[in-house]
Design a protein around this ligand. Structure first.
Ligand SMILES: O=C(O)CCC(=O)C(=O)O
Length: 278
């Protein structure tokens, strides 16, 4: 991470990497999306697997993975990635953009907003050790823009710095279809850019007014031994079988969290439900 990226991620909760994808990758990925439907929790084996080699390659884009390692506390001693893929979403305008009028602001730092809850249940957080400067993060998104979001005022929006907030986003700001509060910041990104943001950052889809089709791929990661999504949505190392570049790195990224973590999380979730129901 260079000093600009470290400042941006620490202070605002996101950073951008221009040219993370080559124009050839952008073209190939867009063509593949056009053959499919925009999809949440996409690329899972049960749904047919990765749509193409380019979709598989995006699991581990070197310029992005080195940043993710730092975001997740540094490269582990085994030299393999510090993170796993949690889920992949494919968005196009009009499908997930509420008739292009803008979405609802969501996200927030679970550990600051709900400090009384067990950490295992709060997969959305962002932290930095004040002494060492080491980052610790839960769910982190890498949004690959396949269409310019520079001049049209649409695309990814957020409240920079809100990943450090102990207070929820004001209700009156939340629903963008009712109006975009001036504090909501648009993050312009030419096609091929990766926007890397912690889901602890309050963020949103801005109204899209351009005639072009916005196409964005969201690769969402967690630390190796954590999860955001439920067990039936896990990827598995064998999902790499048959693809070029199916190495130990990719298989580590596709690995589910440990069984111990899953059981502990399930138990804590049941305890919380019982307490809330009591
Ligand atoms: O449209 C965007 O860029 C924001 C997407 C979003 O809200 C999310 O991935 O949680």
């Amino acid at each position: 991470m260079n000093e600009e990226q470290r400042f941006a991620f620490d202070t605002w909760g996101f950073l951008t990497v221009e040219n993370a994808l080559t124009p050839e990758q952008v073209t190939a990925l867009k063509a593949t999306v056009d053959e499919h439907e925009a999809d949440l929790y996409s690329q899972l084996k049960v749904n047919g697997g990765f749509w193409s080699q380019e979709f598989f390659d995006l699991l581990d884009v070197p310029v992005v993975s080195s940043l993710l390692d730092e975001i997740y506390g540094g490269t582990p001693p085994d030299g393999l990635p510090a993170f796993r893929i949690d889920h992949i979403n494919v968005h196009t305008h009009g499908v997930f953009n509420k008739d292009l009028a803008g979405g609802g602001i969501h996200g927030g730092n679970g550990r600051l907003l709900h400090p009384q809850q067990p950490h295992e249940l709060l997969s959305i957080y962002s932290d930095r050790d004040p002494d060492t400067g080491v980052f610790r993060n839960g769910l982190v998104s890498v949004a690959y823009e396949l269409e310019d979001t520079v001049c049209n005022g649409g695309g990814f929006g957020c409240l920079p710095g809100s990943h450090k907030s102990h207070a929820p986003v004001p209700e009156a700001w939340r629903e963008l279809s009712k109006g975009v509060h001036p504090m909501v910041t648009s993050i312009p990104a030419p096609a091929g850019t990766a926007i890397i943001f912690t889901e602890a950052l309050s963020h949103v889809t801005l109204p899209w007014t351009a005639p072009s089709t916005r196409t964005t791929l969201f690769y969402k990661y967690t630390p190796r031994d954590e999860t955001y999504c439920a067990e039936e949505k896990f990827f598995h190392p064998s999902d790499a079988d048959g693809w070029t570049g199916a190495d130990d790195r990719k298989r580590t990224i596709l690995k589910p969290p440990s069984q111990e973590f899953i059981e502990r999380r399930t138990e804590l979730g049941q305890q919380r439900a019982a307490t809330q129901g009591a």
